[in-house]
Design a protein around this ligand. Sequence first.
Ligand SMILES: [Ca+2]
Ligand SMILES: [Ca+2]
Ligand SMILES: [Ca+2]
Length: 193
Amino acid sequence: MCPNLSWGKHNCQHSEDVAIKCFKKDVRIQLIGGSSEISGRIEITRKGVKGTVCDDHFDNNDAKVICRMMGYSSGKVIPNIFGQGQGVIWLDDLNCTGSEVELEICSNLSWGTHNCGHSEDVAIKCIKKVNATTGMTPTFSTDQNATRIQLVDGPSEISGRIEITRERTKGSVCDDEFDDNDAKVICRMMGFR
Ligand SMILES: [Ca+2]
Ligand SMILES: [Ca+2]
Ligand SMILES: [Ca+2]
């Protein structure tokens, strides 16, 4: 969706291939105890510490934001039949409008501040993204036009030379005019920041 994007057009040599470093998000969200990954008790791992979310004021708008952060299109609150969590209660009285792309943007967010017990741990069910034209859930393996991005030849998965696989052809990205904003978009597409 970036302007002037033109796949395969360039005046570059491979000596100009660009490398980037992404940052791992310090918040990771999983749904625990459900029959599939799209439903369950919310488990948030923040700075390496696992915790839960309290049901006070938790509604579908809050669920939507959490599902979207996990890469799904939407979501809703469901009864917590998945059991209580343990450890930290990360969030209480969530006050998202439903349009935020990250929890951090929701108003009055305060990590670790709560007046809850684990019997109030909340559970949600997310809705997978649906392809508007086919009504199918997109998968990388069957869609030849899917764009897959990896960072290669680096010390870890979060840094290295950008390798984009598109229409089953591997390629690189030229460093001409490539800046931190371009890197951010690519990192975000890979689930990093
Ligand atoms: Ca409650
Ligand atoms: Ca709420
Ligand atoms: Ca509360």
